[in-house]
Design a protein around this ligand. Structure first.
Ligand code: SAH
Length: 392
């Protein structure tokens, strides 16, 4: 059916445990002229087909889509996306007051290399592998077929997520529709979402449940939302009755979007201020009046080699917050670096706490929400971790 990738003897243990990646070191040989992004059959040293996936010239050479010997055709995409949709429906995330959710979370949904976020009637499709890039039209067609009532637009955004861009023409743009309204509700709050120019698919859906938790603690507090991006935590804090909310991000554009989202939900709001400033600079010069601080930095470690420096960064950042937070204050601190484990992150925060010599209690241990599921066979899919700390 497809060209073949032959594994070395003994290198089939991972695939037999349904791990979806084949590393280049496991491959004995390949059929001639296998192209980047092409569908391939993975075969053990005895010639048995173990699965079918997308081939790529990188350390992860094959991303498996199935552990059966089957065709990856329109029917396959429709079926796999239908399963993902069924999970989101059962989570109760598709409601009148909640229009933003992740429909496909890569390996967690059996679709390595593919992310799909839905914002009201627009699906934003992001390919992280060349194979998914090549399949984008089949994916978009399957989406429109599955969600005819819900979807009007499919926006493809992969200009920053694919390797070898010059060769594959990964231009972003609409595959369906185009006249999209870019405001979507999350738990009743409205957010302007810029999937065309914004970071990732335009919004960080993965913090939804953590923002809602913060809302419950916000009443009467002076809140600092550090690394605010679109102002998600700030808007929830305002709804939760915060006395005052300050949002900080180094990007001017993020500050504009944050101000826009505050205005959209609380027109004329007079207790929110946003600053375009570097986090470390802001933290070193701020006073000690905040009693709820959010630290949600970008991934400090984008790969394993960067872990050591990333941990130092997390320690330094958190130490600054511990030093300044008001007694009785709450710190919501996060790491979204996949390469940094939950334990490593906790150790970095522990070190920061110890440096500040304050007594710190862990109140909550946070993670990514249910629409960002982790395949039990692919623990690497767990990336977002957070702690809510009470600082005496
Ligand atoms: N908390 C946000 C997501 C944060 S994404 C939410 O809930 O949606 C990380 C943000 O950190 C980005 O907006 C980026 O512009 C900002 N950022 C990166 N480096 C920074 C720095 N040194 N100081 C302040 N902000 C920074």
């Amino acid at each position: 059916m497809y060209k073949k990738i032959y594994l070395k003897p003994g290198k089939d243990a991972g695939i037999k445990r349904f791990h979806p990646w084949i590393f280049s070191g496991a491959i004995a040989r390949t059929d001639k002229d296998v192209n980047e992004g092409e569908l391939v059959e993975v075969v053990d040293h005895e010639g048995k087909v173990l699965g079918v996936g997308h081939f790529q010239f990188s350390t992860i050479s094959v991303r498996l889509l199935t552990f059966k010997h089957e065709a990856i055709d329109c029917e396959f995409w429709t079926e796999r996306l239908a399963q993902a949709l069924e999970v989101r429906r059962s989570l109760g995330l598709m409601r009148n007051d909640n229009e933003a959710f992740r429909l496909v979370h890569g390996e967690g949904d059996g679709l390595p290399g593919l992310i799909i976020d839905v914002y009201r009637n627009t699906a934003v499709v992001q390919a992280h592998s060349v194979g998914m890039h090549r399949a984008r039209h089949d994916i978009a067609n399957a989406l429109m077929q599955l969600m005819p009532q819900e979807l009007e637009n499919v926006y493809y955004k992969s200009d920053k997520t694919l390797p070898f861009m010059e060769e594959i023409d990964a231009e972003s743009g609409y595959l369906f529709g185009g006249n999209a309204d870019s405001v979507a509700k999350e738990y009743g709050l409205q957010f302007q979402i810029d999937w065309v120019k914004g970071q990732k698919t335009g919004f960080f859906i993965d913090q939804r449940e953590n923002r809602r938790l913060l809302e419950q603690y916000a009443e009467g507090r002076k809140v600092l939302n550090m690394f605010c991006y679109t102002g998600g935590f700030s808007v929830y804090a305002l709804r939760g009755g915060a006395k005052e909310v300050h949002s900080v991000d180094s990007s001017e554009r993020a500050i504009e979007i944050t101000n826009g989202n505050v205005e959209l939900n609380f027109p004329g709001c007079s207790n929110h201020y946003a600053y375009a400033e570097d986090a470390f600079k802001f933290l070193s010069t701020m006073d000690g009046s905040y009693d709820l601080i959010v630290l949600d930095p970008p991934a400090f470690a984008k790969h394993r080699g960067a872990i050591h420096n990333a941990l130092k960064g997390y320690t330094r950042l958190n130490a600054m917050a511990f030093e300044k937070i008001k007694p009785g204050g709450l710190l919501f601190t996060f790491s979204c670096s996949q390469a940094v484990s939950k334990d490593q992150f906790r150790l970095a925060v522990f070190t920061a706490a110890a440096q500040s010599k304050r007594f710190v209690r862990i109140l909550h241990q946070l993670h990514q929400p249910a629409d960002h599921p982790v395949s039990i066979y692919h623990p690497e899919g767990e990336y977002l971790k957070g702690l809510v700390l009470y600082v005496e």
